[in-house]
Design a protein around this ligand. Sequence first.
Ligand code: ATP
Ligand code: MG
Length: 384
Amino acid sequence: MSSLFTAKKLIKDLKRNGHEAFLVGGVVRDFLMKSKFNDIDITTKAKPFEVMKLYKTAPTGLKYGSVTVLYDNEKFEVTTYRLDGPTSDFRHPDSVIYSEDVKDDVLRRDFTINGILMDEFQNIYDYVDGQKDIEAKLIRAIGDPTTRFNEDALRMLRAIYFQSKLGFEIEEQTKEAIKNNTHSITELAMERVHQELIKILKGEYAIKALNSMVELGLDKVLPGLEKGIQYVATLDKMPFVDTFFTLSFALNNGVVPSKWTFSNVHRNKYQKASELANKVHGMPDDKTLYTYGLEISLLANKANFFLGRSKHLEKKIQEVYDNLPVKSELDLALTSHEIMKFLNKKQGVWLGNLRKQMIEDVLLKNVNNTKEDLYKYLQDKKVN
Ligand code: ATP
Ligand code: MG
């Protein structure tokens, strides 16, 4: 965990080496709000190669003048003062121009609350009236909001993220500019949108943030989530991220749009759980529990609970699942070999089909899952 103490020491050290430097961004904002900070950003006049000469570093964002410095075993994001050039992809400046003036660096940042500087003595340098906006609990773009959102469309979602994190209001003109530019979100790399959305969903004021998304039309540019966002915005308790996606895709007819950059595990989970949530609203029967498994069944129930379609059945589902006579094919009391031997038949498609039928009959309690009863069951089959 990186500390303010060490960050100040690093700033002193940079200065000793002739490089002006300040704390900036979330750490200063959170310090002024007396809340816990996430990571520590330092902005400096030193060029990246100069920082790299002085410290142990990792070139995390070298293209944008940013390196991660390891100092006293703590990590700091150290970025050279820069002026951002124009963008052609709504996200990354085409060129990074370094500056000698920290004011330039502050003016290229997203919101006033994120543009406050602090030195190693905790003196504040506020060129964007950020303190006033912290006081007023306002998220306000630095400069002309439309221009700033055209430079980088992700900032619109960042405004929502800071609302979700801090509970602040978005300033009127900033809001207006988002409303008029939501379409450019679709030009962004989906991975970035995805990451920002997850941050939004995890914030303390997530429901407030979702309400803003609906108000500003951002729900409409997030594929498959429109109905979910609109619905959850009306609730007074935010579901966990997994539940949010499951209920959203359930409301989207069980479709998980391919654009989202979920891992295969997550995509499969949301696909199955939203499908089940639409198929069974209350308690799933044994066969369904077996087919979908415990995790998906619990998730589907949580989604339906939030959708007002079911009671909380977590305990019941867990209990019934624990008592299933079979949880997987391997639990069948007869092996394939034993079945083949008993029926005196060679391996073939019939075997898989028969085992499936046997599992189903075990789940439906037509036969007990014991060798004895299953042999009897096979004997009857042979006769018929
Ligand atoms: P968090 O508490 O989530 O870390 P943060 O404000 O520190 O919030 P970061 O994503 O860590 O946000 O970025 C650090 C700082 O870099 C921001 O405070 C802001 O000054 C600047 N910044 C980050 N992303 C952008 C962007 N897309 N456009 C302009 N400035 C940005
Ligand atoms: Mg940060």
